[in-house]
Ligand binder design. Structure first.
Ligand SMILES: *Cc1c(COP(=O)(O)O)cnc(C)c1O
Ligand SMILES: [Zn+2]
Length: 388
């Protein structure tokens, strides 16, 4: 509601926010939304939140949509932060939580980004949206575009989990399967979008998906009574959620809601696709493409991310880290999480638990710390991984 302008995340140049935009015209990097936080703070108070709707739109003052009539919603966000006592007890952890994002519309946290991106598309009068996706972003775009009466043009790798392909088709999207990776899908959208009149909502190549995803950070703080956890483990593909949370922490500090302390942020990737882990370890500012990327955790199969430098900065500034786990570890971890806590996680979510075990064994995370794992989707969308 109090959006003022956009800022290039590489050079800091200001850009207007009154027309649809993709990457910055100065550096071809992601644009961040900026708000008049003083104005937002007049109505957005910790107290006011008590009476607000149980969706991410409870934070509407720090979300970009100007008029409520443009909000395209399916009831996304405000997912439970579930204590995981039995899983924690296995390792002597007393404060282990799972943010269960499977409870979002379309069964993944991609709903958070798409509610804001599609709402802004509505505000701008756009009618045709296109996205390259590893799976869940496609399902979410199909849903929110249908909800808004817009066309969704979706490009996914041919070997995307079947649930993602079927959900897009059943929600009326135009689906094209590509023999390749999400990067090849992105190239196809880029090639055709001008002639077709599509607006590209690729992750971090339009400014507003990150705004929806940043509410993960607001919710964590609110659900933990305004005390952020010591460590956050995030299954990382394009990195929107990680980057979004990091942005949310800064906004909340400016709103006077939290202090300057930050959780240690950990990126979890798959051994078959770990561009951010490699760049973190080798001290690079940007991450080289991971060639020949392969993992069954489709959400992690992102060999090259435009927000790489933003993620690496958050990992380093927070004194966190980056770690890769194998597909075998993720699949085994699924049953452990499921049997201990009654949550059937997506492989990406299970990867966070597998990574936690490694980080505990190495002493990088101590059992007395409070830890949040993100379960970003449901195992039900990945039955292929479990012999289904
Ligand atoms: C997209 C996705 C991720 C990665 O999210 P980013 O914010 O793009 O890093 C993780 N898990 C699942 C299930 C996803 O769909
Ligand atoms: Zn720039």
């Amino acid at each position: 509601m109090h959006l003022t302008h956009l800022v290039c995340t590489l050079c800091g140049k200001e850009h207007g926010a009154t027309i649809p935009q993709n990457v910055s015209t100065c550096c071809s990097k992601p644009l961040f939304a900026h708000y008049d936080l003083a104005a937002a703070a007049r109505t957005l108070t910790k107290h006011a939140l008590h009476a607000r709707e149980k969706s991410l739109w409870r934070y509407r003052e720090v979300l970009p949509v100007k008029n409520e009539s443009d909000i395209v919603t399916l009831g996304e966000g405000w997912t439970p932060l579930l204590p995981a006592p039995r899983l924690g007890a296995k390792h002597g952890l007393k404060k282990l939580f799972i943010k269960d994002e499977a409870q979002n519309p379309t069964g993944s946290f991609k709903a958070r980004g798409m509610t804001t991106a599609v709402s802004m598309a509505k505000q701008f009068g756009l009618k045709k949206l296109a996205v390259p996706s590893a799976g869940n972003a496609a399902g979410a775009l199909a849903a929110y575009a249908a909800r808004a009466g817009m066309e969704a043009h979706i490009f996914m790798p041919r070997d995307t989990p079947r649930a993602n392909i079927i959900e897009c088709e059943q929600m009326g999207a135009h689906v094209t399967l590509i023999d390749g990776l999400i990067t090849d899908c992105g190239a196809e959208v880029a090639k055709r979008k001008t002639a077709e009149g599509w607006f590209d909502v690729s992750t971090l190549k339009e400014p507003y998906r990150a705004e929806g995803k940043k509410t993960l950070g607001y919710e964590l703080a609110e659900q933990l009574d305004w005390k952020l956890p010591d460590a956050i483990l995030y299954p990382t593909g394009g990195g929107t959620g990680l980057i979004g949370m990091w942005k949310a922490f800064d906004e909340m500090e400016k709103l006077g809601w939290i202090g300057s302390e930050r959780p240690r942020m950990f990126t979890v990737q798959a051994t078959g696709c770990q561009p951010i882990v490699r760049a973190f370890q080798s001290g690079e500012k940007f991450a080289a493409e991971h060639l020949g990327a392969t993992t069954r955790a489709s959400g992690l199969r992102v060999p090259k991310a435009i927000g790489d430098f933003l993620m690496l900065d958050a990992l380093r500034t927070s004194r966190g880290g980056a770690i890769a786990v194998s597909d075998e570890q993720m699949i085994a971890a699924t049953r452990e999480v499921g049997a201990a806590e009654g949550i059937f996680p997506a492989p990406e979510g299970a990867a966070c638990y597998a990574a936690l075990k490694t980080l505990l064994a190495a002493g990088t995370i101590r059992p007395d710390e409070s830890v949040v794992l993100f379960n970003t989707s449901t195992g039900l969308k990945y039955l292929e991984c479990y012999g289904g």
